[in-house]
Design a protein around this ligand. Structure first.
Ligand code: SF4
Length: 456
Protein backbone atom coordinates (compact mmCIF):
# COMPACT_ATOMS: atom_id res chain seq x y z
CA UNK A 1 0.00 0.00 0.00
CA UNK A 2 1.38 3.47 -0.87
CA UNK A 3 2.16 5.91 1.91
CA UNK A 4 -0.51 8.35 0.63
CA UNK A 5 -3.13 5.64 0.66
CA UNK A 6 -2.03 4.56 4.12
CA UNK A 7 -2.23 8.15 5.39
CA UNK A 8 -5.71 8.56 3.85
CA UNK A 9 -6.94 5.32 5.37
CA UNK A 10 -5.58 6.43 8.71
CA UNK A 11 -7.41 9.77 8.45
CA UNK A 12 -10.72 7.98 7.97
CA UNK A 13 -10.17 5.41 10.70
CA UNK A 14 -11.96 5.82 14.02
CA UNK A 15 -9.93 7.52 16.72
CA UNK A 16 -8.59 5.48 19.65
CA UNK A 17 -7.77 7.24 22.92
CA UNK A 18 -6.00 5.31 25.69
CA UNK A 19 -5.73 6.68 29.21
CA UNK A 20 -3.13 4.86 31.26
CA UNK A 21 -2.83 4.89 35.04
CA UNK A 22 -0.16 3.29 37.19
CA UNK A 23 3.10 1.53 36.55
CA UNK A 24 5.33 0.80 33.57
CA UNK A 25 3.67 -2.61 33.18
CA UNK A 26 0.44 -0.77 32.45
CA UNK A 27 2.25 1.51 30.00
CA UNK A 28 3.56 -1.59 28.29
CA UNK A 29 0.09 -3.16 28.19
CA UNK A 30 -1.27 0.07 26.69
CA UNK A 31 1.40 -0.16 23.97
CA UNK A 32 0.18 -3.70 23.25
CA UNK A 33 -3.43 -2.50 23.04
CA UNK A 34 -2.37 0.16 20.52
CA UNK A 35 -0.63 -2.47 18.40
CA UNK A 36 -3.62 -4.78 18.58
CA UNK A 37 -5.89 -2.03 17.26
CA UNK A 38 -3.38 -0.30 14.97
CA UNK A 39 -4.77 -1.78 11.76
CA UNK A 40 -8.24 -0.38 12.34
CA UNK A 41 -7.75 2.78 14.41
CA UNK A 42 -5.68 5.94 14.55
CA UNK A 43 -4.33 7.08 17.88
CA UNK A 44 -5.76 10.38 19.20
CA UNK A 45 -4.92 12.42 22.28
CA UNK A 46 -8.28 13.36 23.74
CA UNK A 47 -11.51 11.45 24.42
CA UNK A 48 -13.41 14.15 22.50
CA UNK A 49 -11.70 13.08 19.24
CA UNK A 50 -12.16 9.34 19.88
CA UNK A 51 -14.68 6.71 18.80
CA UNK A 52 -13.05 4.19 21.10
CA UNK A 53 -11.78 5.01 24.60
CA UNK A 54 -9.87 2.50 26.69
CA UNK A 55 -8.92 3.27 30.26
CA UNK A 56 -6.05 1.10 31.52
CA UNK A 57 -6.55 1.19 35.27
CA UNK A 58 -4.39 0.77 38.37
CA UNK A 59 -5.51 -0.44 41.80
CA UNK A 60 -2.24 -0.48 43.67
CA UNK A 61 -3.40 2.51 45.76
CA UNK A 62 -6.85 3.86 46.44
CA UNK A 63 -5.88 7.27 44.99
CA UNK A 64 -5.43 5.75 41.51
CA UNK A 65 -8.77 3.98 41.85
CA UNK A 66 -10.53 7.23 42.76
CA UNK A 67 -9.02 8.89 39.70
CA UNK A 68 -10.41 6.10 37.53
CA UNK A 69 -13.93 6.47 38.89
CA UNK A 70 -13.92 10.23 38.47
CA UNK A 71 -12.70 9.82 34.86
CA UNK A 72 -15.43 7.24 34.20
CA UNK A 73 -17.98 9.79 35.48
CA UNK A 74 -16.71 12.36 32.95
CA UNK A 75 -16.73 9.81 30.14
CA UNK A 76 -20.31 8.80 30.94
CA UNK A 77 -21.34 12.42 30.21
CA UNK A 78 -19.39 12.29 26.95
CA UNK A 79 -21.11 9.04 25.97
CA UNK A 80 -24.52 10.54 26.66
CA UNK A 81 -23.82 13.20 24.02
CA UNK A 82 -22.16 10.69 21.60
CA UNK A 83 -23.66 7.22 22.22
CA UNK A 84 -21.66 5.63 19.37
CA UNK A 85 -18.45 5.98 21.37
CA UNK A 86 -17.24 2.62 22.77
CA UNK A 87 -15.74 2.69 26.26
CA UNK A 88 -13.65 -0.15 27.71
CA UNK A 89 -11.81 -0.54 31.02
CA UNK A 90 -8.65 -2.67 31.17
CA UNK A 91 -5.97 -3.23 33.82
CA UNK A 92 -5.94 -4.06 37.51
CA UNK A 93 -9.24 -2.46 38.60
CA UNK A 94 -10.94 -4.22 35.70
CA UNK A 95 -9.47 -7.52 36.89
CA UNK A 96 -10.40 -6.84 40.50
CA UNK A 97 -13.94 -5.53 40.01
CA UNK A 98 -15.11 -7.40 36.87
CA UNK A 99 -18.90 -7.40 36.62
CA UNK A 100 -19.20 -4.92 39.49
CA UNK A 101 -17.44 -2.31 37.39
CA UNK A 102 -20.10 -2.68 34.68
CA UNK A 103 -22.88 -2.52 37.23
CA UNK A 104 -21.61 0.69 38.78
CA UNK A 105 -20.71 2.44 35.52
CA UNK A 106 -23.50 2.52 32.98
CA UNK A 107 -21.28 4.02 30.25
CA UNK A 108 -18.78 1.15 30.19
CA UNK A 109 -19.20 -1.29 27.27
CA UNK A 110 -16.58 -3.86 28.23
CA UNK A 111 -14.22 -4.80 31.04
CA UNK A 112 -11.06 -6.70 30.18
CA UNK A 113 -8.63 -8.11 32.75
CA UNK A 114 -4.85 -8.30 32.76
CA UNK A 115 -4.66 -11.73 31.08
CA UNK A 116 -7.02 -11.09 28.18
CA UNK A 117 -5.75 -8.16 26.15
CA UNK A 118 -5.86 -10.22 22.95
CA UNK A 119 -9.67 -10.28 23.22
CA UNK A 120 -9.95 -6.50 22.91
CA UNK A 121 -10.50 -6.31 19.11
CA UNK A 122 -13.40 -8.79 19.39
CA UNK A 123 -14.88 -6.95 22.40
CA UNK A 124 -14.76 -3.66 20.48
CA UNK A 125 -16.46 -5.20 17.43
CA UNK A 126 -19.19 -6.71 19.54
CA UNK A 127 -19.84 -3.39 21.30
CA UNK A 128 -20.04 -1.62 17.93
CA UNK A 129 -22.64 -4.13 16.74
CA UNK A 130 -24.73 -3.30 19.79
CA UNK A 131 -24.02 -6.60 21.55
CA UNK A 132 -24.34 -7.16 25.26
CA UNK A 133 -21.85 -5.49 27.60
CA UNK A 134 -18.92 -7.87 28.19
CA UNK A 135 -16.58 -8.90 30.99
CA UNK A 136 -13.39 -10.91 30.23
CA UNK A 137 -11.38 -11.46 33.40
CA UNK A 138 -10.45 -15.16 33.43
CA UNK A 139 -6.87 -15.91 34.43
CA UNK A 140 -4.69 -17.84 31.96
CA UNK A 141 -1.95 -20.13 33.12
CA UNK A 142 0.22 -19.56 30.09
CA UNK A 143 1.84 -16.33 28.92
CA UNK A 144 -0.48 -14.42 26.61
CA UNK A 145 1.90 -13.87 23.69
CA UNK A 146 0.66 -11.44 21.08
CA UNK A 147 2.73 -12.17 17.98
CA UNK A 148 0.78 -9.90 15.68
CA UNK A 149 1.26 -7.03 18.06
CA UNK A 150 4.99 -6.93 17.67
CA UNK A 151 5.63 -7.13 13.97
CA UNK A 152 8.14 -4.65 12.62
CA UNK A 153 5.49 -2.90 10.53
CA UNK A 154 3.29 -2.12 13.50
CA UNK A 155 6.14 -1.01 15.72
CA UNK A 156 7.78 1.21 13.13
CA UNK A 157 7.56 4.84 14.17
CA UNK A 158 6.24 3.86 17.59
CA UNK A 159 9.38 2.45 19.14
CA UNK A 160 11.10 5.13 21.16
CA UNK A 161 14.70 5.24 22.24
CA UNK A 162 13.62 3.53 25.46
CA UNK A 163 11.85 0.19 24.96
CA UNK A 164 9.75 -1.50 27.61
CA UNK A 165 9.83 -5.30 27.47
CA UNK A 166 7.88 -7.55 29.87
CA UNK A 167 9.76 -10.63 31.05
CA UNK A 168 7.38 -11.80 33.75
CA UNK A 169 3.74 -11.52 34.71
CA UNK A 170 2.11 -11.60 38.15
CA UNK A 171 3.69 -12.28 41.51
CA UNK A 172 3.74 -15.18 43.96
CA UNK A 173 5.24 -13.31 46.91
CA UNK A 174 2.05 -12.16 48.68
CA UNK A 175 3.35 -9.13 50.55
CA UNK A 176 0.51 -8.40 52.93
CA UNK A 177 -0.21 -4.87 51.65
CA UNK A 178 -0.15 -5.67 47.94
CA UNK A 179 -3.00 -6.22 45.52
CA UNK A 180 -0.84 -7.40 42.59
CA UNK A 181 -1.11 -11.18 43.18
CA UNK A 182 -4.91 -10.91 42.94
CA UNK A 183 -4.96 -8.54 39.96
CA UNK A 184 -2.15 -10.08 37.90
CA UNK A 185 -2.11 -13.66 39.16
CA UNK A 186 0.74 -15.99 40.03
CA UNK A 187 4.23 -15.33 38.72
CA UNK A 188 4.72 -16.56 35.14
CA UNK A 189 7.98 -16.09 33.25
CA UNK A 190 7.95 -15.34 29.56
CA UNK A 191 10.10 -17.51 27.33
CA UNK A 192 13.62 -16.17 26.84
CA UNK A 193 13.32 -16.58 23.07
CA UNK A 194 10.24 -14.34 22.95
CA UNK A 195 11.94 -11.73 25.11
CA UNK A 196 15.05 -11.75 22.94
CA UNK A 197 12.94 -11.55 19.79
CA UNK A 198 11.17 -8.44 21.06
CA UNK A 199 14.41 -6.81 22.22
CA UNK A 200 16.09 -7.51 18.84
CA UNK A 201 13.13 -6.07 16.98
CA UNK A 202 12.92 -2.93 19.10
CA UNK A 203 16.70 -2.42 18.95
CA UNK A 204 16.60 -2.74 15.16
CA UNK A 205 13.94 -0.02 15.10
CA UNK A 206 15.99 2.45 17.13
CA UNK A 207 15.67 1.53 20.82
CA UNK A 208 18.99 2.00 22.61
CA UNK A 209 17.83 1.45 26.16
CA UNK A 210 15.83 -1.60 27.19
CA UNK A 211 13.75 -1.61 30.38
CA UNK A 212 12.80 -5.13 31.48
CA UNK A 213 9.55 -5.30 33.40
CA UNK A 214 8.29 -7.70 36.03
CA UNK A 215 7.10 -7.63 39.64
CA UNK A 216 10.16 -9.47 40.95
CA UNK A 217 12.43 -9.63 37.91
CA UNK A 218 15.29 -11.41 39.64
CA UNK A 219 13.15 -14.47 40.30
CA UNK A 220 12.70 -14.74 36.52
CA UNK A 221 12.86 -18.24 35.07
CA UNK A 222 12.24 -20.38 38.16
CA UNK A 223 8.93 -21.58 36.77
CA UNK A 224 10.30 -22.38 33.30
CA UNK A 225 11.27 -25.87 32.13
CA UNK A 226 14.21 -26.06 31.94
CA UNK A 227 14.76 -23.49 34.65
CA UNK A 228 16.26 -20.20 33.50
CA UNK A 229 17.96 -17.37 35.37
CA UNK A 230 17.66 -13.62 35.28
CA UNK A 231 21.44 -13.20 35.24
CA UNK A 232 21.75 -15.39 32.14
CA UNK A 233 18.95 -13.46 30.43
CA UNK A 234 20.69 -10.13 31.06
CA UNK A 235 23.93 -11.48 29.63
CA UNK A 236 22.14 -12.60 26.47
CA UNK A 237 20.37 -9.25 26.06
CA UNK A 238 23.69 -7.45 26.46
CA UNK A 239 24.92 -9.22 23.32
CA UNK A 240 22.17 -7.82 21.13
CA UNK A 241 23.42 -5.24 18.65
CA UNK A 242 22.20 -1.72 19.39
CA UNK A 243 21.38 -2.30 23.07
CA UNK A 244 23.51 0.24 24.91
CA UNK A 245 21.76 0.41 28.26
CA UNK A 246 19.82 -2.22 30.14
CA UNK A 247 17.57 -1.40 33.08
CA UNK A 248 14.93 -3.39 34.90
CA UNK A 249 12.21 -2.85 37.44
CA UNK A 250 11.89 -4.18 40.07
CA UNK A 251 14.09 -6.77 41.73
CA UNK A 252 13.12 -8.17 45.14
CA UNK A 253 15.77 -8.07 47.89
CA UNK A 254 14.93 -11.62 49.03
CA UNK A 255 15.93 -12.98 45.61
CA UNK A 256 19.29 -11.22 45.34
CA UNK A 257 22.14 -13.73 45.00
CA UNK A 258 25.76 -13.47 43.90
CA UNK A 259 25.04 -14.13 40.18
CA UNK A 260 22.73 -11.12 40.26
CA UNK A 261 25.24 -8.91 42.13
CA UNK A 262 28.04 -9.86 39.74
CA UNK A 263 26.11 -8.48 36.79
CA UNK A 264 26.94 -5.00 38.09
CA UNK A 265 30.66 -5.66 37.85
CA UNK A 266 30.64 -7.65 34.63
CA UNK A 267 28.00 -6.36 32.19
CA UNK A 268 28.95 -2.90 30.90
CA UNK A 269 25.53 -2.36 29.28
CA UNK A 270 23.80 -2.68 32.64
CA UNK A 271 23.05 0.91 33.69
CA UNK A 272 24.56 1.92 37.04
CA UNK A 273 21.16 2.20 38.66
CA UNK A 274 19.00 -0.15 40.66
CA UNK A 275 15.49 0.35 41.97
CA UNK A 276 15.45 -1.87 45.06
CA UNK A 277 12.21 -1.52 47.05
CA UNK A 278 12.81 -1.64 50.80
CA UNK A 279 9.30 -0.63 52.04
CA UNK A 280 10.38 -0.21 55.68
CA UNK A 281 13.51 0.01 57.80
CA UNK A 282 11.94 -1.81 60.75
CA UNK A 283 12.32 -5.58 60.97
CA UNK A 284 9.05 -5.80 62.88
CA UNK A 285 7.17 -4.05 60.07
CA UNK A 286 9.04 -5.99 57.37
CA UNK A 287 7.85 -9.18 59.04
CA UNK A 288 4.25 -7.94 59.18
CA UNK A 289 4.54 -6.99 55.51
CA UNK A 290 5.90 -10.51 54.79
CA UNK A 291 8.84 -9.13 52.85
CA UNK A 292 11.14 -12.09 53.68
CA UNK A 293 14.30 -10.08 54.42
CA UNK A 294 15.61 -8.05 57.32
CA UNK A 295 17.10 -4.57 57.24
CA UNK A 296 20.57 -6.02 57.92
CA UNK A 297 20.40 -8.16 54.78
CA UNK A 298 19.11 -5.22 52.73
CA UNK A 299 22.02 -3.05 53.88
CA UNK A 300 24.44 -5.85 53.11
CA UNK A 301 23.08 -6.04 49.54
CA UNK A 302 23.54 -2.28 49.18
CA UNK A 303 27.14 -2.58 50.30
CA UNK A 304 27.86 -5.47 47.96
CA UNK A 305 26.30 -3.63 45.03
CA UNK A 306 28.39 -0.54 45.72
CA UNK A 307 31.54 -2.63 46.00
CA UNK A 308 30.88 -3.92 42.50
CA UNK A 309 29.68 -0.63 41.01
CA UNK A 310 30.90 2.45 42.92
CA UNK A 311 28.91 4.88 40.70
CA UNK A 312 25.65 3.01 41.29
CA UNK A 313 22.52 5.06 41.98
CA UNK A 314 20.00 3.32 44.23
CA UNK A 315 16.32 4.23 44.35
CA UNK A 316 13.52 2.66 46.34
CA UNK A 317 9.86 2.43 47.39
CA UNK A 318 8.82 3.06 51.01
CA UNK A 319 5.43 2.76 52.67
CA UNK A 320 4.82 4.86 55.77
CA UNK A 321 1.98 4.32 58.20
CA UNK A 322 1.66 0.55 57.80
CA UNK A 323 -0.76 -0.67 60.53
CA UNK A 324 0.83 -0.68 64.02
CA UNK A 325 3.88 1.32 62.81
CA UNK A 326 5.24 3.15 65.86
CA UNK A 327 7.47 6.21 66.09
CA UNK A 328 10.38 3.80 66.74
CA UNK A 329 9.60 1.80 63.58
CA UNK A 330 9.43 4.99 61.60
CA UNK A 331 12.72 6.24 63.07
CA UNK A 332 14.38 3.05 61.79
CA UNK A 333 13.04 3.74 58.28
CA UNK A 334 14.33 7.31 58.39
CA UNK A 335 17.69 6.08 59.63
CA UNK A 336 17.91 3.51 56.81
CA UNK A 337 17.00 6.12 54.20
CA UNK A 338 19.84 8.34 55.48
CA UNK A 339 22.27 5.45 55.64
CA UNK A 340 21.63 4.22 52.08
CA UNK A 341 21.43 7.78 50.73
CA UNK A 342 19.04 6.91 47.93
CA UNK A 343 19.20 8.96 44.76
CA UNK A 344 15.41 9.14 44.90
CA UNK A 345 12.52 7.33 46.54
CA UNK A 346 8.85 6.78 45.83
CA UNK A 347 7.17 7.34 49.17
CA UNK A 348 3.61 6.22 49.84
CA UNK A 349 1.20 6.39 52.71
CA UNK A 350 -0.28 2.96 53.41
CA UNK A 351 -3.76 2.50 52.02
CA UNK A 352 -5.71 -0.73 52.67
CA UNK A 353 -6.38 -2.63 49.46
CA UNK A 354 -9.08 -5.21 48.73
CA UNK A 355 -8.21 -8.92 49.03
CA UNK A 356 -4.98 -8.32 50.91
CA UNK A 357 -3.83 -10.02 54.11
CA UNK A 358 -3.22 -6.66 55.80
CA UNK A 359 -6.82 -5.61 55.22
CA UNK A 360 -8.21 -8.69 56.96
CA UNK A 361 -5.54 -8.89 59.66
CA UNK A 362 -5.58 -5.39 61.13
CA UNK A 363 -8.46 -3.68 62.85
CA UNK A 364 -9.23 0.01 62.48
CA UNK A 365 -7.68 0.68 65.89
CA UNK A 366 -4.33 -0.68 64.63
CA UNK A 367 -4.22 1.76 61.74
CA UNK A 368 -1.89 4.73 62.01
CA UNK A 369 -3.95 7.94 62.38
CA UNK A 370 -3.92 9.88 59.09
CA UNK A 371 -2.29 12.95 60.69
CA UNK A 372 0.64 10.84 61.99
CA UNK A 373 1.03 9.08 58.65
CA UNK A 374 1.06 12.46 56.90
CA UNK A 375 3.66 13.86 59.32
CA UNK A 376 5.92 10.82 58.80
CA UNK A 377 5.50 11.06 55.05
CA UNK A 378 6.47 14.73 55.16
CA UNK A 379 9.55 14.07 57.30
CA UNK A 380 10.72 11.31 55.00
CA UNK A 381 10.07 13.36 51.88
CA UNK A 382 12.07 16.30 53.21
CA UNK A 383 14.97 14.04 54.18
CA UNK A 384 14.93 12.37 50.77
CA UNK A 385 14.72 15.67 48.87
CA UNK A 386 17.77 16.93 50.73
CA UNK A 387 19.76 13.78 49.85
CA UNK A 388 18.57 13.78 46.21
CA UNK A 389 19.62 17.42 45.89
CA UNK A 390 23.07 16.60 47.30
CA UNK A 391 23.52 13.76 44.78
CA UNK A 392 22.45 15.96 41.89
CA UNK A 393 24.43 19.01 43.05
CA UNK A 394 27.59 16.87 43.11
CA UNK A 395 27.35 16.88 39.30
CA UNK A 396 27.34 20.68 38.93
CA UNK A 397 29.97 21.79 36.43
CA UNK A 398 30.56 18.18 35.32
CA UNK A 399 29.86 16.57 31.96
CA UNK A 400 27.21 13.88 31.84
CA UNK A 401 26.11 11.54 29.06
CA UNK A 402 22.44 11.93 28.25
CA UNK A 403 20.44 9.47 26.18
CA UNK A 404 17.92 11.87 24.61
CA UNK A 405 14.30 10.68 24.78
CA UNK A 406 12.30 13.68 23.53
CA UNK A 407 10.92 17.08 24.46
CA UNK A 408 10.89 18.12 28.10
CA UNK A 409 7.56 17.75 29.86
CA UNK A 410 8.16 21.04 31.70
CA UNK A 411 9.55 23.39 29.06
CA UNK A 412 8.70 22.30 25.52
CA UNK A 413 11.70 24.13 24.00
CA UNK A 414 14.09 21.88 25.95
CA UNK A 415 15.00 18.26 25.35
CA UNK A 416 14.90 15.59 28.03
CA UNK A 417 16.91 12.45 28.60
CA UNK A 418 18.51 10.34 31.29
CA UNK A 419 22.05 9.99 32.51
CA UNK A 420 23.23 6.40 33.15
CA UNK A 421 22.17 6.70 36.83
CA UNK A 422 18.62 7.37 35.55
CA UNK A 423 18.48 11.01 36.70
CA UNK A 424 16.51 13.19 34.29
CA UNK A 425 18.49 15.91 32.54
CA UNK A 426 17.10 18.74 30.41
CA UNK A 427 19.04 20.89 27.96
CA UNK A 428 18.57 23.10 24.91
CA UNK A 429 19.21 20.97 21.84
CA UNK A 430 18.03 20.02 18.42
CA UNK A 431 15.32 17.46 17.76
CA UNK A 432 17.95 15.62 15.70
CA UNK A 433 19.54 14.75 19.06
CA UNK A 434 16.59 12.50 19.96
CA UNK A 435 17.77 8.92 20.06
CA UNK A 436 21.44 9.74 20.53
CA UNK A 437 23.75 10.08 23.48
CA UNK A 438 24.98 13.67 23.91
CA UNK A 439 27.33 15.33 26.39
CA UNK A 440 25.80 17.95 28.63
CA UNK A 441 27.54 20.22 31.11
CA UNK A 442 25.43 20.41 34.25
CA UNK A 443 24.55 24.01 35.20
CA UNK A 444 21.59 23.51 37.51
CA UNK A 445 20.57 20.80 39.96
CA UNK A 446 17.36 20.28 41.90
CA UNK A 447 16.09 17.35 43.98
CA UNK A 448 14.26 16.11 40.88
CA UNK A 449 16.81 16.46 38.11
CA UNK A 450 19.49 18.31 36.23
CA UNK A 451 19.63 21.05 33.63
CA UNK A 452 22.62 21.98 31.51
CA UNK A 453 24.19 22.99 28.22
CA UNK A 454 24.81 20.59 25.39
CA UNK A 455 28.48 20.39 24.45
CA UNK A 456 29.18 20.14 20.75
S1 SF4 B 1 6.80 -8.60 45.64
FE1 SF4 B 1 5.23 -7.99 47.09
S2 SF4 B 1 4.93 -5.80 46.62
FE2 SF4 B 1 5.97 -6.66 44.85
S3 SF4 B 1 4.29 -7.26 43.47
FE3 SF4 B 1 4.80 -9.07 44.69
S4 SF4 B 1 3.36 -9.02 46.39
FE4 SF4 B 1 3.37 -6.97 45.47
Amino acid sequence: MSIDRLAMDQMTQPGLCIKTFGCQMNEYDSEKIVHLLAASHRLVESPEEAELIIVNSCSVRDKAEHKLFSLLGELRDLKESRPSVVLGVAGCVAQQEGQELLRRNSGVDFVVGTHNLSLIPALVQRARRGGERQVAVDFREEWEELPAAFSALELEGRTGVRALVAIQRGCSKRCTFCVVPTTRGEEVSRSAEEILREVRLKASLGAREVVLLGQTVNSYGRDLHPRASFAALIRRIAQIKGVERIRFTSPHPADVHSDFLDLYAEVPQLAPHIHLPVQSGSNRILRLMKRNYRRERYLQIVEELRNRSPQLAITTDIIVGFPTETDEDFALTLELLREVRYHSAFLFKYSPRPNTAALSRFSASEEVPPASAQARFQTLQEAQDEISLQHNASLLGRQVQVLVEGASNNIRSLLRGRIPQNTLCEFAGDSADIGSVVHVQVEHASAHGLRGNRLS
